[in-house]
Design a binder for this molecule. Structure first.
Ligand code: KG4
Ligand code: ZN
Length: 352
């Protein structure tokens, strides 16, 4: 059968992603990032991100087409992230996708960013290295733990197209955001996640017992699968302030290692609990924080101990990208799903 050639556009945060797939085969995954422009502010500035998407959109589309060795006229469908994410940033991608779909007269599929992260795990092709588990062998149902600078969510995915349930999410900061904020107070550059990870390698993760948010019995009753990282960040800040006030040196490596341990522990405790509670022996990871060495290590340990099969797509498909959106679009086409009508807009808090 003819596999649909789908171009996917992702602009929910600071990455302009344009991917092209044929069915489940990855053909191109072009990315432009405005991260450098946000660095001096210590966080993503929505207005700056939106403007950067506008500038990067056409060149990134052109690069993806060149990488895939296809032309616009070959495309069978367009898919685009319509939420959740930064409203202004999303709007640029949505507008570009509508313009393409109308001018090419092909169907347009508006998709959810979080479900897109799961769709990434379907992709196969050359150059997909560094995955845990066989590339492209997504099995359902699965629990998905999606952790980045913008989201921290636990999903139960029974069917990618028709049955995705949000089990829990962060009630305040995203985990990546916590990494970035703690890095800042330790004097490390932005984005802080990779720097904390590096510094933590020389520290003692048991040096300081930082709190695991929403893990007390009273919290678990209502927030069994939800996360909270703002208390953890405050706790690290207080701990560091006390040392500084006492004129003592801050053991940066121990703080970083102990903080990283607290984040990894709470993420995996809740993810594995979701697998157990729902009788789902599969866990899929996605999002930029999946780069974290301790998160990966603990995920493997806890999954092995619980008899859960762990899957982690290659990092280029874990961070925000257009290929995952194209992949989900191809699934919608294959499922015979009706395309979106042109009256949809960006929805910064789109539910799954
Ligand atoms: O998925 P991603 O690229 O997209 C956005 O959310 O924009 O994730 C970026 C986030 C940042 O907060 C960054 O600090 C974090 O992922 N991150 C890490 C690591 N690498 C990136 N956090 C912890 N450890 C890492 N090695
Ligand atoms: Zn994401």
């Amino acid at each position: 059968a003819h596999e649909p050639l789908v171009l996917g556009i992702e602009t929910s945060c600071d990455e302009t992603g344009v991917g092209i797939v044929r069915g489940r085969t990855l053909l191109a995954n072009a990315i432009a990032s405005s991260m450098d422009e946000h660095a001096r502010f210590g966080g993503v500035i929505p207005e700056v991100a939106a403007r950067a998407h506008l500038e990067a959109m056409t060149p990134t589309i052109e690069r993806a087409l060149a990488d895939a060795e296809v032309s616009l006229a070959d495309l069978d469908a367009i898919a685009v992230t319509c939420g959740p994410g930064l409203a202004g940033a999303l709007m640029v991608g949505v507008a570009a996708a509508k313009a393409l779909a109308v001018s090419l007269d092909v169907p347009l599929y508006a998709v959810n960013h979080l479900v897109g992260h799961v769709g990434a795990d379907l992709l196969q092709g050359d150059g997909l290295r560094g995955a845990v588990g066989e590339v492209g062998e997504l099995e359902l149902p699965t629990i998905a733990l999606l952790v980045s600078g913008g989201h921290t969510s636990l999903l139960l995915v029974r069917d990618l197209v028709s049955d995705v349930e949000l089990l829990g999410e962060t009630i305040d900061d995203a985990a990546g955001e916590a990494f970035d904020k703690v890095a800042r107070l330790l004097g490390l550059p932005y984005p802080g996640g990779p720097h904390i990870d590096r510094v933590a390698a020389d520290g003692n993760p048991a040096a300081i017992r930082f709190p695991r948010g929403l893990s007390l019995p009273k919290d678990l009753a209502k927030h069994r699968y939800d996360f909270s990282f703002s208390g953890l960040k405050t706790s690290v800040a207080r701990w560091v302030e006390k040392r500084v006030a006492a004129g003592e040196e801050v053991p940066v490596a121990d703080v970083a290692a102990s903080f990283r341990e607290a984040v990894a522990d709470v993420l995996l405790t809740k993810a594995i609990a979701a697998c157990r509670d729902h009788g789902v022996p599969r866990l899929l990871l996605g999002g930029g924080v999946v780069a974290n060495a301790r998160v990966r290590e603990l995920a493997q340990q806890r999954a092995d101990a619980a008899g859960v099969a762990l899957r982690v797509p290659p990092l280029s498909l874990c961070t925000d990208n257009g290929a995952m959106i194209a992949s989900l679009g191809a699934q919608l086409v294959a499922a015979g799903h009706a395309p979106s009508t042109l009256d949809f807009g960006a929805d910064s808090s789109l539910p799954v």
